[in-house]
Structure formats: structure tokens, C-alpha cells
Write a protein that binds this ligand. Sequence first.
Ligand code: NAD
Ligand code: UFG
Length: 341
Amino acid sequence: MRVLLTGGAGFIGSHTAVSLLEAGHEVVALDNLYNASPESLRRVEAITGGKAPLVIGDCTNARDLDRAFEAYGQIDAVIHFAGYKAVGESVSKPLDYYQNNLDATFMLLRAMKRHNCRAIVFSSSATVYGTIQKMPLREDFPTGCTNPYGWTKWMNERVLTDCASADQTLSVVLLRYFNPIGAHPSGRIGEDPSGIPNNLMPFICQVAAGKLDHLNVFGNDYPTADGTGVRDYIHVCDLAEGHVAAVEYAVEHPGTEVVNLGTGEGYSVLDIVHTFERVNDLRIPYEITPRRPGDVATVYADASKAKKLLHWQARRNLDSMCRDAWNWQKQNPDGYGKDKE
Ligand code: NAD
Ligand code: UFG
């Protein structure tokens, strides 16, 4: 099938493009390059030997969407990655987040109707589970959010679910990602954050590269084995393969499904630091600092629904995640750097 990847030049989109091409599908990316480089898709082509064409355009613009739907032939399904994703920034610029992340979905759904495309997979997040929950998190647990970014995911889930209820020909799969880290094992594509990274793994990589002098560990007084926060880290290549399974499911099954993409296992901040040090044979200096506001002690998925419904489960371990993240960073100290344009 031919799959449109909105936000396809980004971190998860580019890895998903590789997995789709390897599974024998065609891809078309639509990206406004707000947080990405076209180089990522050139490298997807180099890795796979396939075609990963990019339509430069905005998901909130009907004409740009029409170009993407028309440029390379009938689109059979969409994977909707496009959006802003920085939690902290969403608190200071809520309107930008609500406008971009919601308009993109509204306009995309209308374009899908115009172009007779009836299947969509959406990038949601474990953040929609809110804060007070029993672990592991199951898809039928109550939802709620703590920041505008999270609410855009929550609202998009609602919009997509309601549209699928109103139109029996529409298929929606809502994927709730846990913590994607790592990079393609070739080291050719990976995460390229602008400025100082907010997330743990890109921060550790920059400490390892000598760009930052130490890691701040946000709190060691949580009720966890070593006192540091526990998360469900998932290799981005596993996550990408989860999208292939989801989109193949979507085209065959109208209606809405919500599916966690995680490993089902939690690791602490210090587990990550020590694994990264061991597999890459280097030291990560760190300091314990106060908790980061808004963080919770422990988050991990019940990953059983993905296995049952999509016949998918994560297969890469924490050693691979840490090795592949460093391999990407080492080969690309400035991300896509001078190849950015
Ligand atoms: P990313 O920023 O690398 O990718 C998003 C892409 O969307 C970027 O290439 C950006 O240029 C593009 N984009 C943004 N607004 C657009 C618009 N209006 N029109 C066209 N393109 C637009 O982020 P990512 O880590 O690859 O995340 C992909 C999706 O997964 C996002 O929706 C994100 O919220 C969600 N998600 C990510 C994580 C994570 O930890 N990375 C966790 C949960 C959910
Ligand atoms: N952490 C540190 N130091 C850092 C960065 C993070 O100690 O410099 C800790 C955090 O306190 C947390 C863990 O590392 O315990 C992971 O933090 P991340 O920022 O990497 O990830 P989060 O779990 O906070 O957030 C991620 C995504 C969000 C998404 C959320 C859903 O970044 O977009 O998962 O659970 F909403």
C-alpha cells in the first residue's frame, strides 16, 4: 500500500519510513520542516534503496495536503505524526500547540475524505493517562492530562474517535507511545533535537559527546528501587515496526482501536545511565537535583493488547537502545548538521 506520513521527516516518521519500505510498502512524506531536515529522508533512501519522496508543506493547509495526496498516486492510509511536541513549551505557548496540533488533524481528516482515504494511524502518547494510575497502564484506563501538549493528544483522540463513529468506513488506530529512544543501527538516522535536549537519552548522548558537562538526575527520592524515575523506554525501530502492524491492521478494520506501544518494562534513570556507560564503555558524570515539576515516579505499559491485536511486540533490549543512540550521536555530532537543508 501507499502510506502518507505527515511529519515524516521527523524522528519517529523517518524510522517508520524505513520499516514501511522494508515491509514492501510505498511512502510519501508531508512535512513543513519546522523540526526536521530533508536529509533524514535522503538517508532513509540510502538505508533502504527505496524511494521516500518529501512534499514540503503544512498539514494545516488544504492545498498542501491536496498536493501530498495527489503527487504520487492514490494514498491508501495516513500515519499522522505531524505536531509540536515539547511539553514545557506547550505550557508557555498553549495557543500555538492547540492551533497546530488540532488544525492539522481537522484539515487532514477533510483531505482524507476528498481523496477517498479511509485509514489513519495517530501518534498519541502515554501522557493521556494523566498522573494517578495503577501500573501497568492499560488502554481502558481513565484519561486526563497535565499540560497543553497532552491535551492536544487527548483532544485529537476524541476527534478521531467521534469521526470514526459517525462514518462507518473510517479506520482509526490511536497509538499511545511510551518513551521512544535509540536510533537506526546504521547510525544514519536518529533524533536531532534543537537546543539543549529536554529528554533523558538525547541529553545523555550530548554529555557523552562532551557538549554538556554532566547530566542532572531529576530526583532520587521517588518510591522506586533506586529512587529515580522509572519509564518504559522503547527502541524507535520497534516503535516503527509497531506502526507497520498498525497501518496494516487499520486498512482492514473500520472503527477505532487504542493501542499502547511500549515494552511493558520499566527502567530507572540510573539504569539508563549505567547501561549506557557499560555498553559504550564511557562515563556519564551526573548530579542529583530536585524533582522536575510535573514528573511522576513510575510509568510503564501493559503491552498485551498490541501483541494480541497487531501481533507486534518490542524485541530490542535496553543495551541496543543505548548502543544505537550513541552510534547515531557519535557519527553525527551535530545531528543532520550541514546537510540540514
Ligand atoms: P518530530 O518533531 O521529530 O516530528 C514531528 C514532525 O512534524 C517534524 O518533522 C515537524 O517538522 C513536523 N510538523 C510539525 N507541525 C507540522 C505541520 N503543521 N505540518 C507539517 N509538518 C509538521 O517528533 P517525533 O519525536 O518524531 O514525534 C512524532 C509524533 O509522535 C508527534 O506527534 C509527537 O507528539 C508524538 N510523540 C512523540 C514522543 C517522543 O518521545 N518522541 C512521545 C509520544 C508521542
Ligand atoms: N530526566 C532526568 N534528567 C534529564 C531528563 C530527564 O533525570 O535531563 C528523567 C525524568 O525526570 C524522567 C526520565 O528521565 O524520570 C524520562 O524523562 P524524559 O523527559 O526523557 O521523558 P518523560 O517520561 O518525561 O516524557 C516523555 C515524552 C513526553 C510524553 C511522555 C509520556 O517526552 O512527550 O513521555 O509519558 F508526554
